[in-house]
Design a protein around this ligand. Structure first.
Ligand SMILES: *[C@@H]1O[C@H](CO)[C@@H](O)[C@H](O)[C@H]1NC(C)=O
Ligand SMILES: *[C@@H]1O[C@H](CO)[C@@H](O)[C@H](O)[C@H]1NC(C)=O
Ligand SMILES: *[C@@H]1O[C@H](CO)[C@@H](O)[C@H](O)[C@H]1NC(C)=O
Ligand SMILES: *[C@@H]1O[C@H](CO)[C@@H](O)[C@H](O)[C@H]1NC(C)=O
Ligand SMILES: *[C@@H]1O[C@H](CO)[C@@H](O)[C@H](O)[C@H]1NC(C)=O
Ligand SMILES: *[C@@H]1O[C@H](CO)[C@@H](O)[C@H](O)[C@H]1NC(C)=O
Ligand SMILES: *[C@@H]1O[C@H](CO)[C@@H](O)[C@H](O)[C@H]1NC(C)=O
Length: 604
């Protein structure tokens, strides 16, 4: 009796210890917001730490590196692309779908290797200048400055991935440009000089569109080749093949696709694919992948084609198994993943940034620099951004650009740069606000400072303080203007709402708070009020709404931030304005359709 009682007590204690010490549940996405095309590794030599890189397209700094010790808490530790002179050509790239494509991160012999491509989408696929492939390396992934300048190599495609063979030879695998024939490309590559050998095409995939993002492993004598197929949207899938020789022939896994959400109308996570595989200290395999939180309507209807959330493609974590001599198996993705043995809770101490999903309370203290998760669109003119200049403590001083966020034909900046700095929208529902000292700054027509939710130059909604002539009058007066531009090839029409009102008399000369809030699962609200006012609602004026579906994320994802422009007039740096009290607060994270319905019920 007594012994039994004791053993029950012991068992209970054992169970409690196991459940407390080891988190058995994790949530997806692990990297929320614009974090597509993940490539992740586990590095025992760096204190048993996981590292991921994601693609960044036209934002700078780019190639964010996140690190985690427990697979739950992911800290943004550096940006591999943090100096404009690493890839100066990005300033001139046309088209919102240009920029930095899928990177691969690997660790070999004490060094981190990152391969990626700077793509100019406007050049024909057969023009090799479209694909600027490069390698950058570091021995310290916690320090942005330590990432090297790129070594460029000539490769007629994208999504390059390095591979070290047993015999010491080094290879690149990549996706061949569709204009010749779509498929996987292999070539011997010297990672130090960029010298490349003859390209071979060992596998074309299983017949899905756009075979891309290949990665290679050698296990039990087999070369395993992992691939994304079907295109990065509703038909996205993960496939694999293997061969006893690196050159092939490759035999596809009989169970292909290894994972897909195509034709799965019940999954809130759609477009699942673009995976990488890594193994933790306990031998458990994991896959990283991209996914879109869009629900089962994704791809079915031209309206919510991309879902309501303009965050686009995010990074999810998938438990995997990979038995000897077999192809791996992958677990379907959901928002809550229970029953998995995760490494014990532990936070990464080193590195420059904050946890993915953390709020911003940024006061621009003198001597500080912009947080590493702040981004510009293409390359910034650094002289347009100063923190706490003399007489303006605790501000980010912005000097205006001639270009506004829309610019010429909505696709170009031609190296001139737009004064804009923002951060990724990283929650289904959030509130973003800044205070703006504008009074002495705005003196001439069309001078404007404001906040924007920005997908690209053809899709953004702004709330600005702007100098305009009032109807029937010659003098310039400050106005509040809500304005949007949403133009996509998926719709016949452009949506360009505009609403401007004269600045309320009581707000003249005062600092204003401009705010963007996701008020429900479908809409963002733009409002203005007096800065520092205790009661947020008393003086707040709502100037407009926009819909998430008007910010279609092709490859990237929505950013919220501040801009200063003269809308084509008065020359560069015509005025300076002062931004303070930068806040971003995550309010809700939808991880299932039920979460969406619940949020709308509460609000409705
Ligand atoms: C366990 O994981 C959940 C889901 O990701 C997370 O909310 C929680 O903070 C984690 N707990 C610990 C102790 O790490
Ligand atoms: C390595 O991990 C341990 C255990 O979490 C931690 O105490 C230590 O500070 C870490 N060291 C470094 C260099 O991050
Ligand atoms: C490829 O594009 C570059 C840059 O626009 C151009 O200079 C070059 O002539 C093009 N090459 C071919 C073969 O079309
Ligand atoms: C890939 O497709 C091309 C063009 O159809 C073909 O010439 C080539 O033989 C294929 N490669 C393999 C490995 O099947
Ligand atoms: C999805 O369904 C379509 C139509 O039945 C089919 O052609 C396609 O192969 C399916 N895709 C996947 C990945 O199963
Ligand atoms: C969200 O709020 C907007 C603006 O008030 C409203 O037009 C829309 O119907 C709401 N959507 C839902 C799903 O409640
Ligand atoms: C944006 O700037 C362009 C000139 O670069 C101008 O034509 C356009 O009207 C501006 N948009 C607004 C709303 O002022």
């Amino acid at each position: 009796m007594r012994t039994q009682f004791f053993s029950l007590q012991l068992l209970a204690r054992y169970l409690i210890t196991v459940c407390v010490a080891e988190n058995l549940t994790f949530n997806n996405p692990i990297l929320s917001g614009f974090n597509p095309d993940p490539s992740c590794i586990f590095v025992p030599e760096f204190n048993d730490t996981f590292f991921c890189v994601t693609s960044s397209f036209l934002v700078f700094p780019g190639l964010p590196i996140h690190a985690s010790r427990d697979l739950v808490h992911w800290k943004h530790v550096s940006n591999a692309f943090s100096r404009t002179d690493q890839l100066p050509g990005m300033a001139f790239l046309p088209k919102a779908t240009s920029g930095i494509y899928a990177p691969t991160l690997r660790f070999h012999d004490g060094t981190f290797y990152l391969m990626s491509t700077l793509v100019n989408q406007q050049l024909p696929r057969v023009n090799d200048s479209r694909w600027d492939n490069f390698i950058i390396t570091t021995t310290d992934p916690y320090n942005s400055d330590m990432w090297s300048d790129p070594i460029h190599f000539s490769f007629p495609g994208f999504d390059p991935s390095p591979f070290w063979d047993d015999d010491g030879s080094t290879w690149v695998a990549g996706a061949h440009t569709a204009a010749y024939y779509p498929g996987v490309m292999h070539a011997p590559l010297d990672f130090e000089t960029g010298e490349i050998g003859d390209i071979i095409m060992p596998w074309n995939g299983t017949g899905g569109a756009s075979p891309e993002a290949p990665h290679m492993w050698k296990r039990d004598g087999w070369y395993y080749l992992l691939l994304a197929e079907g295109g990065t949207r509703e038909n996205h899938m993960v496939t694999m093949a293997r061969s006893l020789k690196i050159q092939g022939p490759y035999e596809p896994a009989p169970q292909n696709p290894l994972l897909t959400a195509a034709n799965d109308t019940t999954s809130y996570f759609q477009a699942v694919g673009h995976t990488d595989l890594f193994q933790d200290a306990d031998g458990q395999w994991w896959a990283s992948a991209l996914a879109v939180r869009a629900g089962g309507s994704y791809g079915k209807d031209p309206g919510p084609y991309f879902g309501n959330l303009p965050m686009g493609r995010e990074t999810v974590l998938i438990p995997a198994a990979w038995e000897e001599g077999e192809f791996p198996t992958l677990t379907p993705v959901s928002g809550t993943m229970p029953g998995w043995k995760l490494p014990a809770k532990s936070l990464v101490k080193l590195g420059e940034g904050q946890l993915n999903g953390a709020d911003d309370v940024i006061t621009f203290q003198r001597g500080s620099s912009l947080p590493i998760h702040f981004v510009h669109w293409r390359l910034p003119k650094q002289r347009n951004y100063r923190i706490s200049p003399p007489k303006h403590p605790n501000t980010l001083a912005l000097k205006s650009s001639v270009l506004n966020l829309t610019a010429f034909d909505a696709d170009f900046a031609l190296g001139r740069g737009q004064t804009f700095v923002g951060r990724r929208m990283a929650h289904s529902m959030f509130r973003y606000s800044v205070d703006i000292g504008w009074d002495k700054s705005l003196t001439k027509e069309a001078m404007e400072v404001g906040v924007s939710i920005f997908q690209d130059q053809a899709q953004h909604f702004d709330l600005g303080i702007v100098m305009l002539k009032t109807r029937g009058q010659e003098t310039m007066q400050p106005h509040l203007r809500f304005r949007g531009h949403s133009e996509t090839p998926y719709r016949g029409r452009a949506n360009t709402p505009e609403n401007s009102v004269l600045m309320p008399r009581g707000w003249m000369g005062r600092k204003l708070r401009l705010e963007i809030e996701a008020v429900n699962s479908t809409h963002f609200e733009f409002s203005a009020g007096l800065a520092g006012s205790k009661d947020r609602s008393s003086e707040k004026r709502v100037l407009g709404h926009c819909k998430g579906t008007d910010l279609v994320p092709y490859y990237s994802g929505a950013i919220v931030g501040v801009y200063a422009t003269t809308n084509g007039k008065h020359g560069e740096q015509a005025f300076e304005t002062y931004v303070s009290n930068w806040r971003y607060t995550g309010l809700r994270q939808f991880r299932s359709q039920e979460d969406v319905d619940k949020a709308d019920m509460v609000k409705g």
